[in-house]
Design a protein around this ligand. Structure first.
Ligand code: PLP
Length: 455
């Protein structure tokens, strides 16, 4: 949300003067007259120079690079609205194929159902809303009250889970973290479950530490609860980043529809699905997991268009780019990229631990996210992050959620465009920054890293 600033009279008075613009352009008030496209674009570009460099942005999981062919494809699809299913039927066919391919990746049974969303946040809202409605219908049918629904998840979730609980009026039962446990499992969930629980949430690749909740353990718990007490409680898996990691680096681990109580999964295609921002997905185990009353059948654009979304219009570009990436890379290509990111993350972790100033929070076996804490109390991670910013690196320092908030960490998301060479440059910059904030850095050990595949 941004404040409306009609009280401000700031203007762009560009020094390009009459060459590009012969008049002042207001910065906050609605412009009275227009400018040439060159002038307008130049003003926008000039201001954007103040943004960080997406390549050096290790704070975000979101893809900041695609191949030139993808960029060209994006340009040709910018003018297509995904909701216009009758007008752009082939875009819809591609949307459907992308969802099918995802379902295949997550071992969805026949009859699974899903949709592209703007990101994982919308996907999570849709998943949980469906579970809330289904719970209400079951309770109504049994003549039981439908007030005070609750939702169980750990404090390790992304903020969009709390947003769902707030916007859709569901009590949130949050499993607290501790200084030594940054994920959740069945032991913490069981005491919170009751007959008003609409769903339990588990995360595969948490935002804070890149770790994984015990999804299989929670699934087994929900199976036992169903057989002992007759409560059918769905498990929603938030696989925002993990959904495109585990299938490629650890395909044997069961976290997806191979577990019987997993009824819905969300993923951010714009993270390790390797497409630009603007795309997530939600996949449901069965069509019946989405109550029919939530599906809108839109016909005024021609044809029957079943739609389950929070938005109406949305760009088709990210969906089409995801199709491009699936065709371009295949399983084999994703595997190589994920393995390379994991190897680079391990090398970065080793460099950081070698300084003697950091300890990693997890082993980096499945998630290419390097999260380190300081080994000395006098190392100010926030000051260090600022020093790194001077070189252009965007590396966030933050504290963990309540009950583990005494733990402060630095997090670096290793993406496809952070090469091994860039990792070494970053490690050197971290050492320089450490010295600048007054830390003694241990002399480097010489390591021989195994040769890794190139992505
Ligand atoms: C675990 C998890 N869930 C949900 C989200 C929200 O995802 P999106 O930005 O795609 O809405 C994030 C974002 O980082 C995340 O890490």
């Amino acid at each position: 949300m941004h404040r409306v600033r009609t009280d401000l009279d700031d203007v762009h008075a560009p020094a390009y003067a009459a060459r590009l613009l012969a008049h002042e352009v207001p910065a906050h008030r609605f412009p009275l007259e227009g400018a040439t496209p060159q002038a307008a674009a130049q003003l926008v570009r000039d201001e954007l120079n103040l943004d960080g460099n997406p390549t050096l942005n290790l704070a975000s999981f979101v893809s900041s690079w695609m191949e030139p062919e993808a960029d060209a494809l994006a340009l040709t699809t910018l003018n297509k609205n995904l909701i216009d299913q009758d007008e752009y039927p082939q875009s819809q066919v591609i949307h459907q194929r992308v969802i099918s391919m995802l379902g295949d990746l997550f071992h969805a049974p026949d009859g699974a159902w899903g949709t592209a969303t703007i990101g994982s946040s919308e996907a999570i809202m849709l998943g949980l809303l469906a579970h809330k409605r289904a719970w209400q219908s079951r309770r109504k049918a049994a003549g039981e009250p439908i007030d005070r629904p609750n939702l169980i998840f750990g404090a390790d979730v992304h903020t969009c889970w709390e947003k769902f609980a707030n916007y859709f009026e569901v009590e949130q039962r949050i499993v607290p973290l501790t200084d030594h446990r940054h994920t959740i499992g069945p032991e913490q969930v069981e005491p919170l479950v009751d007959e008003r629980t609409i769903a339990v949430g588990a995360v595969v690749g948490t935002t804070f530490t890149g770790q994984m909740d015990d999804v299989a353990g929670i699934d087994a718990l929900l199976g036992r609860i169903e057989s002992e007490r007759g409560w059918h409680i769905p498990l929603h898996v938030d696989a925002a980043s993990g959904g495109f990691l585990l299938p490629f680096c650890d395909p044997e681990t069961r976290w997806d529809f191979r577990l019987p109580h997993v009824r819905s999964i969300n993923v951010s295609n714009h993270k390790y699905g390797l497409v630009y921002p603007g795309m997530g997905s939600v996949v449901f185990r069965e069509k019946t997991d989405v109550p029919e009353e939530l599906v809108f059948h839109i016909d005024y654009l021609g044809g029957d268009m079943p739609n389950y979304s929070l938005n109406f219009s949305r760009p088709s570009t990210a969906v089409l780019l995801q199709y491009f990436a699936f065709l371009r890379l295949g399983r084999d290509g994703y595997e190589r990229i994920v393995r390379t990111c994991l190897a680079n993350a391990r090398v970065l972790t080793e460099h950081l631990e070698d300084t003697g100033c950091f300890a990693a929070l997890h082993d980096g076996r499945r998630f290419p996210v390097v999260v380190v804490r300081a080994t000395h109390d006098d190392l100010d991670l926030y000051a260090l992050a600022e020093r790194l910013r001077e070189r252009g690196w965007i590396v966030p320092a933050y504290h963990l959620p309540p009950d583990a908030e005494d733990l402060h960490v630095l997090r670096m998301v290793v993406k496809e465009n952070l090469s091994r060479d860039m990792v070494t440059i970053l490690a050197d910059d971290v050492k320089r920054a450490l010295k600048a904030v007054g830390q003694a850095v241990r002399p480097e050990r010489r390591r021989r890293h195994k040769r890794q595949p190139v992505c």
